[in-house]
Design a protein around this ligand. Structure first.
Ligand code: DGY
Length: 327
C-alpha cells in the first residue's frame, strides 16, 4: 500500500503538471471527460488527503464533512464559488486557487466576444458555410462599431483591468463599477452601476460570484441598459437572470449577447438562447489557451503540495476563514 498522500483529481490536467503531481502523491484520476456526479465526488473524497478540483465541482459542506482525511483543496480556477469556503475553513482546510495567470487570456476571450457579437462574426461564418453568400451588398451582415463605443466593465479586478486596456486601445470610452475606485487604471471612469448600464454600448461582467452579484443582471438591470446594447459574460452564469436576458434579446430590446458562462453548464441544447442569431455562446473557455491552462495546472499543483506539506497554499482563497485569521 502506498504511503504517499492520496489526491482525487476531478479531470485530467496537462501532462507536465500531471507528471509532477504523480511524483509526489498517489493520484486518483477521474477517468471521464464529464465531471463526477455529486455522489461520485463524495465517494472519492472520502479517502482523499487532497482534492484537485475544477470550477463547478459541487464541493459543499456535506462533501467536506464526508472527507475525514482531507487536508487541502486546490482548484484549477480563480473562481471558487462552487466550494463552501467557510466549511473548509472550519476544518482548517485551506483552499488554493489560480488568480493572475489567466487574467490576460480571459480578457482576450471577453473582448473577442464583444467583437464577435458586434461584427456578427459567428453569424457571418454560418451564413457563408450555408452557401448564402451570393454577392457583396451594402447591407450584408452589417453590425455595430466597437471602436469609439462605450464599454461598461462590472468588476475591476485583474480581468476587468485587462478589458479596460484593450478597450482603450480601440478608442473606446471606458466606464466601470466596482466596490473600490481603481485610480491606477488611467482612462477608465468609475460610475454607479445604474449609470454604467444606461451609458454603455457594451457591458462586460468581471465580478466574482458572491451573494451580492448573484442575479445582478436581472430584468430591472437589463431594462436600464441602452436599447441595442450588448451584454458579455465571462464571469459566472448565475450573475445573469437568463430568462430575463432571453426576453430582452428576443424582443429586440438588447442588441446581442456574448456568453462564455451560462446558468446551467453545459447549457441545455434545447435552451431558447441557442436559437437567437445575435447570441454567441462559448463553452466556458475564458482561460483556454495552451500556455494558460498549463500555468493554471502547475499553480494548482503548487497550491496542493503546499497544503499537503502543512503550508498555506501560495494562493489561498479562504485565508480569512482559516483558524487564526483575524475577523
Ligand atoms: C476560473 O478560473 O474561475 C474560470 O472560470 C475557470 O477556468
Amino acid at each position: 500500500m502506498s504511503s504517499l498522500p492520496r489526491v482525487f483529481l476531478t479531470r485530467e490536467i496537462p501532462e507536465p503538471a500531471l507528471a509532477r503531481l504523480r511524483s509526489h502523491v498517489e493520484v486518483d484520476l477521474w477517468p471521464e471527460e464529464t465531471a463526477p456526479a455529486y455522489q461520485e465526488l463524495v465517494a472519492h473524497m472520502s479517502s482523499a488527503d487532497g482534492l484537485f478540483s475544477m470550477a463547478g465541482d459541487p464541493i459543499d459542506a456535506a462533501a467536506i464533512a464526508a472527507a475525514p482525511k482531507l487536508r487541502v483543496i486546490s482548484q484549477m480556477a480563480v473562481g471558487v464559488d462552487n466550494i463552501d469556503l467557510a466549511a473548509a475553513g472550519r476544518r482548517a482546510i485551506p483552499v488554493g486557487h489560480t488568480p493572475g495567470v489567466l487574467t490576460e487570456t480571459t480578457a482576450d476571450l471577453a473582448f473577442g466576444l464583444i467583437l464577435a457579437v458586434a461584427r456578427r462574426i459567428a453569424e457571418a461564418d454560418r451564413f457563408v458555410r450555408q452557401g448564402l453568400w451570393r454577392a457583396w451588398t451594402p447591407w450584408t451582415m452589417v453590425g455595430k462599431d466597437v471602436w469609439g463605443a462605450t464599454l461598461g466593465i462590472i468588476g475591476m479586478g485583474g480581468i476587468g483591468q485587462g478589458m479596460a486596456r484593450r478597450a482603450l486601445g480601440f478608442g473606446m470610452t471606458v466606464l466601470y463599477s466596482a466596490p473600490r475606485a481603481k485610480p491606477e487604471v488611467a482612462g477608465a471612469t468609475q460610475v454607479a452601476l445604474e449609470e454604467l448600464l444606461a451609458r454603455s454600448d457594451f457591458v462586460s461582467l468581471h465580478a466574482p460570484l458572491k451573494p451580492e452579484t448573484r442575479g445582478l443582471i436581472d430584468a430591472r438591470a437589463l431594462s436600464l441598459m441602452k436599447p441595442g446594447a450588448v451584454l458579455v459574460n465571462t464571469a459566472r452564469g448565475a450573475e445573469v437572470d437568463q430568462a430575463a436576458l432571453y426576453e430582452a434579446l428576443r424582443s429586440g430590446r438588447l442588441g446581442g449577447a456574448g456568453l462564455d458562462v451560462t446558468a446551467l453548464e453545459p447549457i441545455d441544447p434545447g435552451d431558447p438562447l441557442l436559437r437567437l442569431p445575435n447570441v454567441v455562446i462559448t463553452p466556458h473557455i475564458g482561460s483556454a489557451s495552451e500556455a494558460t491552462r498549463l500555468k493554471m495546472a502547475e499553480l494548482a499543483v503548487d497550491n496542493l503540495l503546499d497544503g499537503l506539506q502543512g503550508r498555506r497554499p501560495r494562493f489561498c482563497a479562504n485565508a480569512a476563514s482559516l483558524p487564526g485569521a483575524s475577523s
